[in-house]
Design a protein around this ligand. Structure first.
Ligand code: ASP
Length: 310
């Protein structure tokens, strides 16, 4: 399978479509990725990204985002930011710098304000209701990705350039200040135009332990086909976690090599992802994991209707 764009979760469908329109109109891959991420950030019906994201243990929405340009290896990220409308814009801005390109909390907010990026309240009524209904005495050691409502990761390749952008509100009921994999280079995403790019979604603490996105890119660099690279990197990491006595949380990955071939893998039963194909189609796929055997399906209408997540 080949594409210009590949994205995590069904929720990225409209964004990928818009990104493809921009590519058709002559836009850069960066423009396409940014548009795709922002479309998800702006939609309040998605509970894990931008406006509508679910809050932390104190009821506040804290956002993480990252962007990597595979030409320059420029990486920009912000973490633990409140009330910033489009975190991905600031992450992209920061990827152009050689120093001070990863900013946290108050420093990131100050940078965004100075740059004129829009701020607005990010907690929707629906997210607040979900927070109020939630038992506050949660065991923070047992947090999981909220019912499959996870990080949006968009990978793209156009000409000789690979890039990726990710944005998330992180785990629901996380401790204030908790940072997941998404804004950590090589964990939430990695891009190298000489090779391709990879990105991850799921329980950040587990993804980070394997630097999973970097691990996939390195397998592709070593000549392993992209689908196998995804499956192997995830499988080996899960096996390693299990050997350490650790029960891995959910983890799903996507990747695209320099020839636009795409791959995806998951340790969940099913992981929907979206591909913006080379002939202009936007197609929903799902990586399906049956007892460790991975396959990629093109879900039918009944599957889509039955799917509960974002
Ligand atoms: N990876 C994100 C985090 O741990 C959350 C997710 O993708 O569900 O913050």
């Amino acid at each position: 399978m080949e594409g210009y764009l590949i994205a995590t979760w069904k929720m990225a469908f409209e964004g990928v479509k818009k990104g493809q329109d921009l590519i058709r109109q002559g836009g850069t891959i960066h423009k396409a990725i940014m548009e795709a991420v922002k479309t998800v950030e702006d939609d309040p019906s998605y509970h894990s990204v931008g406006y509508g994201g679910l809050p932390n243990l104190e009821g506040e929405v804290e956002l993480d985002a990252a962007y990597m340009d595979g030409d320059t290896l420029g990486f920009g990220a912000i973490m633990g930011v409140k009330n910033l409308k489009n975190p991905i814009e600031v992450a992209y801005d920061l990827c152009h710098y050689k120093r001070n390109c990863v900013l946290a909390a108050a420093g990131a907010e100050a940078y965004a304000r100075k740059g004129g990026y829009p701020f607005s309240p990010m907690l929707t009524e629906e997210a607040e209701e979900r927070y109020k209904a939630q038992e506050k005495n949660v065991d923070t050691e047992k947090l999981e990705a909220y019912g499959g409502h996870d990080t949006v990761c968009i990978i793209g390749r156009l000409g000789d350039t690979s890039a990726c952008g990710v944005s998330t509100s992180g785990l629901f009921m996380k401790l204030p200040g908790r940072v997941g994999d998404s804004p950590i280079i090589g964990s939430g995403c990695y891009a190298d135009s000489e090779v391709g790019a990879a990105a991850a979604t799921g329980v950040g603490e587990d993804i980070m332990k394997g630097c999973l996105s970097f691990a996939i890119v390195e397998k592709i660099r070593a000549g392993i086909p992209v689908q196998q690279a995804c499956e192997q990197a995830l499988g080996e990491h899960i096996a390693r976690l299990e050997r350490s006595g650790h029960k891995p949380g959910s983890m799903s990955v996507i990747a695209m090599d320099r020839d636009h071939h795409v791959g995806a893998a998951t340790n969940k039963k099913a992981f929907p992802f979206v591909v913006g194909t080379m002939d202009g189609e936007t197609v929903l796929f799902a990586a399906v994991n049956e007892g460790g055997n991975m396959s990629v399906i093109c879900p039918d209408e009944a599957w889509i209707q039955a799917y509960q997540g974002d």
